[in-house]
Design a binder for this molecule. Structure first.
Ligand code: FAD
Length: 399
């Protein structure tokens, strides 16, 4: 194949009409302006862009929102880092993932210990000896086990057919009624006996006095927020905000040899087989004119009658700083329609089959990789996103 210079000379030599020649040359100059186009400046896209740029590749990032960082976006409000798309706690068991993110920020020693509020009282989460003491008045693990096992036995559920039966078969009726039922119904917009059991395949239950929600070896919040991490990752890389790839794909496709797409996979294919379903969220932020509001980072409201699922008080993600006012966010779960922000994939049989059809289409495409939570229709914690992004980079660089 001739290189660009040879091709240009050939064009000039053949004395092609001036205009046509100019047009072709113009198009040629537009080809391969970048090696990679990364669609989406969330954690996945930013890591891929950063690593490719570090290896000397020319990278363009386009992001449809007006800011970087995707759903881990934090914004400073009155000196407090506000988690705009829900509370984000980084946790992992993998030292290499922890070391990787620590290159870009200093993490504090925040430990996630959410509380539940039910009918005027607070309960510790995840379900542990504190919770059992608060609910049943029991003091020892053997008492708690005996109480819960009695309830499980009485319910006599052999093969759980729905989420309600599954939950009761794991924690008994009392905990289910107080701390799971209403919350889950709000979260998914459906009664628990209409939800599939797989949604709660795991329910952390501990017979120790340990309120740490995660079992992971490493946990924390980046001091100064997550957005600063993404800004660091994207330093020196061309980024275009307010640019939706789908609405500009003709022009953008010409810009790079390879595309990394972290948007919704069904939208990429113009919903050819129909839309994949999600749950959405609505965040209502309030500035409260007092130094603190609830004294804790995250409190879940487990009664169905209280319309929000949780209240986040952002200052407690970076405790120790004094504030005159505090910022809280009430989080509401909501139905999702095409065009709404997608938060939780509904990975049931129907949607999994639909996703498999899109994957088949994706595999037929050359020079494009789908990644991130939207591109692979999955709920992933940030640590998994880090691993998957780094894996993609390795495979791109060894192609
Ligand atoms: C409420 C909530 C709380 C969470 N809490 C935690 C937690 O505590 N700990 C944890 O580890 N994980 C948590 N997560 C998961 C975490 O948010 C994800 O792991 C992470 O955000 C995924 O990054 P991503 O880059 O794949 O996706 P995103 O952050 O969604 O980034 C994708 C980006 O692509 C952009 N985009 C999409 N389509 C286009 C297009 N056509 N053109 C241009 N740009 C486009 C989007 O605007 C977005 O910015 C939570 C998730 C939710 C929903």
């Amino acid at each position: 194949m001739p290189n660009i210079m040879e091709f240009v000379c050939e064009l000039v030599n053949t004395k092609t009409e001036g205009f046509k020649c100019f047009f072709l040359l113009y198009n040629m100059s537009m080809i391969n302006e970048y090696d990679y186009l990364v669609v989406g400046a969330g954690l996945f896209g930013a890591i891929v862009a950063h690593e490719l740029h570090k290896k000397g590749h020319r990278v363009l990032v386009v992001e449809k929102r007006s800011h970087l960082a995707g759903n881990i976006y934090t914004e400073e409000v009155l000196g407090i880092q506000v988690h705009k798309y829900g509370p984000h706690i980084f946790h992992t068991n993998k030292k290499e993932v922890w070391d990787y993110v620590n290159q870009f920020a200093t993490f504090n020693d925040f430990i996630n210990m959410p509380l539940a509020y039910y009918k005027g009282k607070y309960y510790n989460l995840p379900f542990n000896m504190h919770t059992f003491e608060q609910v049943f008045g029991v003091k020892s693990p053997s008492e708690a086990k005996a109480r819960i096992e009695k309830e499980i036995k009485e319910a006599n559920i052999i093969a759980p057919k729905n989420l309600e039966e599954k939950a009761i078969s794991m924690v008994g009726t009392t905990i289910y009624e107080m701390l799971i039922k209403g919350y889950t119904q709000k979260q998914w917009g459906k009664a628990c006996d209409e939800l599939p059991p797989f949604i709660i395949s795991r329910l952390p239950v501990r017979y120790t006095y340990d309120n740490n929600y995660f079992n992971d070896a490493y946990q924390g919040i980046p001091i100064g927020g997550y957005t600063a991490i993404i800004e660091k990752m994207l330093q020196g890389i061309d980024v275009r905000l307010n640019t939706d790839y789908i609405n500009n794909r003709q022009a953008l496709d010409k810009k790079a040899k390879h595309i990394i797409y972290t948007g919704e996979i069904d939208r990429f294919f113009e919903y050819e087989f129909g839309a994949l379903e999600w749950r959405s969220l609505r965040f209502v932020e309030e500035v409260i004119d007092q130094p603190d509001y609830q004294g804790h980072a995250v409190i879940n409201y487990t009664e169905y009658e209280i319309p929000y699922t949780r209240i986040v008080e952002h200052q407690y993600f970076e405790p120790g700083l004094k504030h005159e006012k505090t910022v809280i966010t009430k989080e509401y779960s909501s139905a999702w329609r095409v065009g709404d922000e997608a938060y939780y994939p509904i990975n049931d049989e129907k949607n999994s089959a639909l996703y498999a059809r899109y994957v088949k289409l994706a595999l037929e495409r050359e020079n494009i990789s789908f990644g991130g939570r939207l591109g692979t229709y999955a709920y992933y914690n940030m640590d998994v996103i880090v691993e998957k992004a780094l894996q993609l980079v390795t495979s791109l660089l060894t192609e």
